[in-house]
Design a binder for this molecule. Sequence first.
Ligand code: NAP
Length: 276
Amino acid sequence: MTNQKVLFIGAGRMAEAIAAGLIHTNASMNERIVMTNQRDKKRLAELKEKYVVDVTQDWEAEVKNATTIVLAMPPEVHDEVLEKLSKLVTNQFVITVAAGIGPSYLEERLPAHTAVAWIMPNTAATIGESISLYAVGSSLSESHKQALTVILNSIGSSQLCTEDEVRYLTAITGSAPAFVAYFSEALIDSAMSYGVSKELAQKLVVQMMSGSANLIKHAANPSAVRKQVTTPGGATAEGLKVMEQHRFKEMIHRAVDATNSKANGSIKGVKRERLI
Ligand SMILES: NC(=O)c1ccc[n+]([C@@H]2O[C@H](COP(=O)([O-])OP(=O)(O)OC[C@H]3O[C@@H](n4cnc5c(N)ncnc54)[C@H](OP(=O)(O)O)[C@@H]3O)[C@@H](O)[C@H]2O)c1
């Protein structure tokens, strides 16, 4: 249960994922959610109809009624919103889900002792299966921590990190779903190269990915699953040998590095030091 009154600034995909998760997991929560945006009235009408939440384009008027404010708009509009918000917050808990906007960024722009947190969910939040990284500011009370837990649990599982860890691990938890999808696309192309229809190839690969993910989760050890499938000297071993010859792991490391360089530029050195 939660007594939070949550104001969302931004009403896009991530705001909907969190609002839907909160409503799904907490009785009558829809009565304590207000969703806002700047431009798209049609979107607000859809959310109101679907979730029976309050909606408005005047978020500033709603700040006084909120206990928790979730910033779910693009990173580049945070400065403008935080400037307005800093004049309105009293003791609200301010949480951002924006890429690159850590707790220190929020604390610098909000009044002293404002409780702040940074959640980095991934796209699986939309089905309640996110692994969300999060970092917190220096002014959280126990009740803030409980409020944060309610939000995190409503979209999946979570991991408390330092601010730097959130920055460099977002490539792994946030961007890697796209890498996994790309790997699946390659397998679908392979199946189709043997004359199989796209529909059948997709069905087979999707089920294989889902079963493999569950198996890896159950075993809690990807290497054990790989060894279980791979008879020494057998057919799967031949396929893995080609992946090794073409430096599959190195390619993945490079993809993670490139993602981090683009997202964070200067933290590359930190990442290597921590992971090795
Ligand atoms: N989607 C993901 O998988 C994902 C994962 C992790 C983190 N995030 C983060 O979540 C945040 C939102 O992403 P999203 O995917 O939900 O984006 P989105 O679907 O494009 O939604 C963005 C929302 O922000 C609103 N907005 C834009 N400018 C605003 C302003 N000045 N004031 C108030 N609202 C404003 C937009 O509505 P109007 O244009 O009508 O104002 C829209 O409702 C981003 O910061 C992103 O980095 C997303």
